[in-house]
Design a protein around this ligand. Structure first.
Ligand code: C2E
Ligand code: CA
Ligand code: CA
Ligand code: CA
Length: 278
C-alpha cells in the first residue's frame, strides 16, 4: 500500500494509527494525573549490605489512575518529559515523597532516613529547586537527607540552567547521585564535570555477576571492581541496583559496594507497605 495518496492525503498504516491512539491516550492520562493530583511515589528501600539496615528509600513515580490502577513510569515518563508535564507530576511526587519520609521516620524513630528522587533535565530549573527548598522547610526535613538522582542525559544538555540548578542543590546541602552508571557513553567524563556524591551501579552489571557463563560473570565482577576503584578515588558512595539474589548481594558487598537496592530486599512499595518494613 502506498503511504501517500495522489491527492496528498496521508494514508496511515494500521500500526501507525494504533500508536497515535496510544500516544493520545497517554497524554490524556498525564493531563488527568496533573489535574487530579494522581502522581505518587512508590518507595523502594536502599539497604546497607553489611548490616541489612534500610538507610533510605528511592521514590519512584507512579500514575495512580482511578480506572487503570498504578501505571509505571516506563509508560508515561517520556511523553511527560516531552510535553513538560513532568514538572507538575514531579512536584506532586516530591511533596508526597517528603510526607512519606516523615511518616517512615516517625515509625522508625529515626530522623536520619534518606529519600531519593529522580530528576530529568527538563525538571532542573531554578524555579523547581526553589520549590524543593520550600517543601523541605515546610516538612522540616534537612536538605542533607535528600538525594537527587540524575542520569547522563542531564549533562548532555550542558547549559547554565542545569549547572546552576545543580549548584544550588549542592549549596542547600542536598546530595547528587549519578543513576544507571556505566550505561551511557563517556559517563566517566561527567564525574569530572560535577561533584557527584553517589554512583548507582546499573542493574545490568549486577545481573552480570550471576551470568550462566562463568567467564562472562568474571568479566562483570572485574568491571564492578573497576567502578568501585573509581568511586573511591572520586570520594563517592555506591549503590548496586537490581540486586535480585543473595549471590549478587554477597558479591557486590565483597567487592566493596556499601548499599544495595533490588527485589532481594523489596520491590517499590506503596507507603503503607514501606511502613511495615522500617
Ligand atoms: P531507575 O531510576 O533506574 O529506577 C529503578 C527501576 O528498576 C525501577 O523501575 C524499579 O522498579 C526497578 N527495579 C528495582 N529493583 C529491581 C530489581 O531487582 N530487578 C529489576 N529487574 N528491576 C528493579 P520503575 O519504577 O519502573 O522506574 C523506571 C524508570 O523511570 C526509573 O529508572 C527512572 O529512570 C524513571 N523514573 C521513575 N520515577 C521517576 C520520577 O519521579 N521522575 C523521573 N524523571 N523519572 C522517573
Ligand atoms: Ca533512579
Ligand atoms: Ca537506575
Ligand atoms: Ca533509569
Amino acid at each position: 500500500r502506498k503511504a501517500e495518496g495522489g491527492n496528498g492525503i496521508r494514508v496511515f498504516e494500521p500500526q501507525m494509527l494504533a500508536s497515535r491512539k496510544k500516544r493520545t491516550e497517554t497524554e490524556a492520562d498525564i493531563l488527568r494525573g496533573v489535574e487530579e493530583n494522581l502522581f505518587e511515589p512508590s518507595f523502594q528501600p536502599i539497604t546497607c549490605l553489611a548490616s541489612g539496615q534500610i538507610i533510605g528509600f528511592e521514590a519512584l513515580m507512579r500514575l495512580n489512575h482511578p480506572e487503570k490502577g498504578l501505571i509505571p513510569p516506563g509508560e508515561f515518563i517520556a511523553v511527560a518529559e516531552e510535553t513538560k508535564w513532568i514538572d507538575h507530576a514531579g512536584r506532586q511526587l516530591f511533596s508526597k515523597a517528603l510526607s512519606g519520609l516523615c511518616a517512615l521516620s516517625r515509625k522508625r524513630g529515626d530522623d536520619r532516613l534518606h529519600i531519593t528522587v529522580n530528576l530529568s533535565p527538563v525538571q532542573l530549573t531554578p524555579d523547581k529547586v526553589a520549590f524543593m527548598e520550600r517543601e523541605l522547610a515546610a516538612y522540616g526535613i534537612d536538605a542533607s537527607r535528600l538525594t537527587v538522582e540524575i542520569t547522563e542525559a542531564v549533562f548532555m544538555e550542558d547549559n547554565d540552567r542545569i549547572s546552576e540548578s545543580l549548584r544550588r542543590l549542592k549549596e542547600m546541602g542536598c546530595r547528587i547521585a549519578l543513576d544507571d552508571f556505566g550505561t551511557g557513553y563517556s559517563s566517566l567524563a561527567y564525574l569530572t564535570r560535577f561533584h557527584v556524591d553517589t554512583i548507582k551501579i546499573d542493574q545490568t552489571f549486577t545481573k552480570g555477576l550471576t551470568h550462566s557463563d562463568p567467564a562472562l560473570a568474571a568479566r562483570s565482577r572485574r568491571l564492578i571492581e573497576g567502578i568501585v576503584a573509581i568511586a573511591r578515588k572520586m570520594d563517592c558512595t555506591m549503590v548496586a541496583e537490581g540486586v535480585e539474589d543473595e549471590e549478587q548481594s554477597l558479591q557486590v558487598l565483597t567487592i566493596g559496594v556499601q548499599y544495595g537496592q533490588g527485589y532481594l530486599f523489596a520491590p517499590p512499595l506503596p507507603l503503607h507497605e514501606a511502613l511495615k518494613r522500617v
